[in-house]
Design a protein around this ligand. Structure first.
Ligand code: COA
Length: 246
């Protein structure tokens, strides 16, 4: 187990467990968390012993209540510029991981909280989860990829409504909008995520990586280009694992 200051990272049975760990501040995302998350994401990406990862939040009240307001509203502008560049790298790194990533979210899932969940592939939410993007009300816009990842997951109109009005949505609506894959009781949230991770990790890591790339990269391509990508990935897999001749 690696204990950073604001993230707990554990590796058990091929699964990486990432816990945002600032429960006293509702796991608000601060600079320290950004630095530690960057290290953890690098480890998940490069460590062959990690086949799938689960992201969750410590404490009873929140997965993550967004960016740490006490930090980013007081930072001088050159620092903000550096931070934005840095953050782009963190989110770029997050989205470049081709291993399956599961978010298990509860309580407040706001701002960067939603954005972290959107960098994952499968989102499980507990019944008490509440989602919101308060950025517009603060005079800013999401800067952790949310303006791009949210519409790609739930579509343009609902994403615009959530962003422009700042309206919070509860778990059931998030499920209806396909922002989350499943809604689960609070005490079952982590066990359910772990069952899912155990099922996924039994499959070939290369096949999983190709499947993830085919869908995530393919969505940004035309159908024709997407089909070419699929053919390329399928042929790479066949070269690596030729079919067993009978
Ligand atoms: N940044 C820094 N600290 C935060 C935080 C954030 N985004 N969200 C919550 N906290 C801290 C509070 O300051 C408080 O700390 P304190 O106990 O030292 O005073 C602690 O977490 C508990 O939050 P509190 O506001 O007392 O809980 P609540 O139940 O009354 O309200 C929220 C919960 C989520 C509605 C409220 O904390 C909130 O609106 N947070 C900001 C959400 C936000 O705008 N995020 C930024 C998105 S860009």
């Amino acid at each position: 187990m690696s204990n950073f200051e604001v993230i707990i990272y554990e590796k058990r049975n091929d699964i990486g467990y990432v816990t945002l760990n600032r429960p006293q501040a509702l796991n608000a995302y601060n600079l320290q968390m950004r630095d530690e998350l960057c290290q953890v994401l690098g480890a998940i990406k490069d460590d062959p012993e990690v086949k799938v990862a689960i992201f969750s939040g410590a404490g009873q009240r929140a997965f993550c209540a967004g960016a740490d307001l006490s930090e980013f509203l007081t930072a001088p502008s050159p620092v903000i510029a550096r931070q934005v560049r840095w953050e782009r790298d963190v989110w770029g790194l997050f989205l470049s991981i081709t291993k399956p990533l599961i978010a298990a979210v509860h309580g407040y899932v706001l701002g960067s909280g939603i954005e972290i969940a959107l960098c994952c592939d499968i989102r499980l939410a507990s019944e008490d989860a509440q989602f919101g993007l308060p950025e517009a009300g603060l005079g800013i816009i999401p800067a952790a990829g949310g303006s791009q990842t949210l519409p790609r997951v739930i579509g343009r109109a609902p994403a615009l409504e959530i962003l422009l009005t700042g309206r919070w949505i509860k778990a059931e609506e998030a499920h209806r909008l396909k922002l989350v894959n499943q809604v689960i009781s609070r005490h079952e949230l982590l066990p359910a995520a772990e069952r899912l991770a155990n099922k996924i990790k039994a499959y070939s890591p290369t096949a999983l990586s190709c499947a993830k790339q085919a869908i995530t990269s393919g969505l940004d391509l035309s159908l024709e280009q997407g089909l070419q990508l699929e053919a390329k990935l399928a042929s790479c897999l066949l070269t690596q694992y030729p079919p067993i001749s009978k």
